[in-house]
Design a protein around this ligand. Sequence first.
Ligand SMILES: Cc1cc2nc3c(=O)[nH]c(=O)nc-3n(C[C@H](O)[C@H](O)[C@H](O)COP(=O)(O)OP(=O)(O)OC[C@H]3O[C@@H](n4cnc5c(N)ncnc54)[C@H](O)[C@@H]3O)c2cc1C
Length: 464
Amino acid sequence: MAESLAGLTAGHVNRLRETFGGDLITPDDDAYDNARRVWNAVFDRRPAIIVRPTGVADVATAIRFGRERELEIAVRCGAHSNAGHSTTDAGLVIDLSRLRGVTVDPERRIARVKGGTLLGELDIAAQAHGLVCPVGVVGHTGVAGLTLGGGMGRLQRHFGLTIDNLRAVELVTADGRTVRASESEEPDLFWGIRGAGANFGIVTALEFDLREFGPLLHRGVRIYPASDVHEVWPMVREFAAVAPDELALIVTIGRAEPAEDYPESVARQPIVIVSYNHSGDATDVERDVAPLSSGPEPVSSSDSSEQYLEVQTSSDLAMGWGSRGYIKGGYANDFRPEALDALVGHTAAGPAEGSFSITAQGGAIGRVPDDAMAFTGRDARFEMSAITDWDDPAQDETQRDWVRRAMTIVEPDAVTGRYANEISDSGPEESRAIYGDAKLGRLTALKRTWDPANVFRLNHNIAP
Ligand SMILES: Cc1cc2nc3c(=O)[nH]c(=O)nc-3n(C[C@H](O)[C@H](O)[C@H](O)COP(=O)(O)OP(=O)(O)OC[C@H]3O[C@@H](n4cnc5c(N)ncnc54)[C@H](O)[C@@H]3O)c2cc1C
């Protein structure tokens, strides 16, 4: 081997090849540079070896190999980890991209999804039967990574988080055992899987309840100058408290760039965008969104009905692989007027790519008790996040700094919990902030039971 990382020799790799059915990719292979890429270009890592299992036995073999060779193990489904958790320098990447597929039982309304499947595949398979599992908004995100952290999306107030629809998982544990977890099988582990799931093993299959839905999703966007923020925010806040479950509401403070996409009166300026998704009957939409007309006149307003499957892939190109990203999030019940002013000023002065979003919770999310799962934060009225993406590495610190400062502005408004999937930094402080003190103890006990050596540590880690 031309480039030997972590002391891995051709002999080690050849011995692994004897028992491993899938692909083995080392720095010697032409496929290596493409295989080591992850969605977020910030994480330009050089693993010692990338393996692509074709079944459960391969997954167990890969874990054993990584442990024997003392390689740090990264597990990868869709490779969209905001924190770069699915790759590693000089370690082993277990890439599940050859473990893809969805089987739908339309009678029982259940989907069985292999551990490397992407959201788009689940959406298509379920919609073929007029069914849906609520997942995220970009089709090339991984089902496993998204679900194990929670899973938010356009249908969340109607049908809950993705984990609220999870019936069971099958996983290979650190010691190579195959375990099934559900409300009735290893229920404690299932509690931890739903929110902290990357900590306990490699999930090879997930089973979801499906809901009747589709094929249309009704949507609308209202754009306001940022000077209207003090009228727009109370309007959305009060509306979100009484809105029907079918209505998803998002408020975004951002910049009107590129200028040609916006009315001249707001181009390049900070703006407030209110967007909704309505997953109910077309005939109810006008009545249900009427409260959005109680505020100031928007500079632009649009409403449409679109195929759900098209909406679900509509951002796939814009959110494609290769740019650099940074995100921080949290939960809040309301925002102080001075925080809104500061966010608008921060947006006006910052990079054009930076934006701050507030998504209404409640509905089906709020009806599940917060202590039902490791996932923390569902009691809050709103989920919030500051996000940016850029191409030039020279901007790394400026862009990250913008996000950090945005979250500092709203820190006094934040309540317990952070959404694990939308945090780019990791460490003990982040894990405590995500799960809160009350749940961290229970998670630590689970980690000691299922992964005492912390084999699975590239995640928002629960230290054993
Ligand atoms: C473009 C983009 C859009 C997004 N949109 C949404 C959204 O709409 N809603 C939302 O809730 N989140 C969204 N996210 C956040 C997303 O949920 C997380 O980044 C998630 O972790 C990605 O999952 P993945 O499988 O693609 O990532 P990966 O990087 O492959 O994995 C993420 C984490 O999960 C672990 N993991 C992955 N597969 C397995 C497995 N089979 N078994 C055990 N552990 C595993 C990995 O080790 C890693 O720690 C988005 C992220 C991006 C980049």
